[in-house]
Design a protein around this ligand. Structure first.
Ligand code: NI
Length: 179
């Protein structure tokens, strides 16, 4: 069990465009993914991108097979490891909903995201992934993908009247939901 430090907004390493993974199924990659799942679980996050722990590669993990106390009303997103992702919006429609980020602790904001997307990429063994998703699942993928191109969700906010401290916006939320 290795919990890595999560970089916070303001750290220049969160603003890089990450490098593609070129070698799959290596011990180094498996260790990194294991550390990322430990870190994500300890933080009760919905997803985590390698740049958030200072590793400059196109790797994101998201999902869980149980309800997340930080997002108690969110539908389940299956546990996924995704490398070198590409996203294609399938409709022009956007949906607004609240997001938080482990690199932006204590805050939430309403972010527009495409409602329906297809994403492709590879798993840790180099096997192809090709998924069509919508709603919260599509939102999580777009949020994590953004970390690979140096974007944090506050950069996507259009209406700053819907951006603030979680404890003020959602006073009833689970006490462990500090970010
Ligand atoms: Ni994030």
């Amino acid at each position: 069990m290795t919990i890595r430090e999560i970089l916070k907004m303001g750290d220049a390493r969160l603003l890089r465009v990450a490098q593609p993974v070129t070698e799959f199924d290596t011990d180094e990659l498996h260790r990194l993914i294991s550390d990322m799942f430990d870190t994500l679980q300890a933080a009760n996050g919905a997803g985590l991108a390698a740049p958030q722990i200072g590793v400059d590669v196109q790797l994101v993990i998201f999902g869980t097979n149980q309800i997340n106390p930080r997002y108690p009303d969110a539908p389940l997103v299956p546990r996924t490891v995704l490398l070198n992702p590409l996203i294609t919006p399938l409709r022009p429609d956007e949906e607004n909903d609240w997001e938080g980020c482990l690199s932006v602790p204590g805050l939430r904001g309403v972010v527009p995201r495409f409602s329906h997307i297809r994403y492709t990429g590879f798993d840790q063994y180099g096997d192809a992934i090709d998924c069509t998703v919508e709603g919260f699942h599509a939102r999580v993928v777009q949020h994590e993908y953004d970390h690979l191109i140096g974007k944090l969700y506050p950069m996507r906010i259009r209406d700053f009247t819907q951006f603030g401290y979680t404890e003020v916006l959602f006073p009833g939320l689970d006490a462990s939901a500090d970010d």
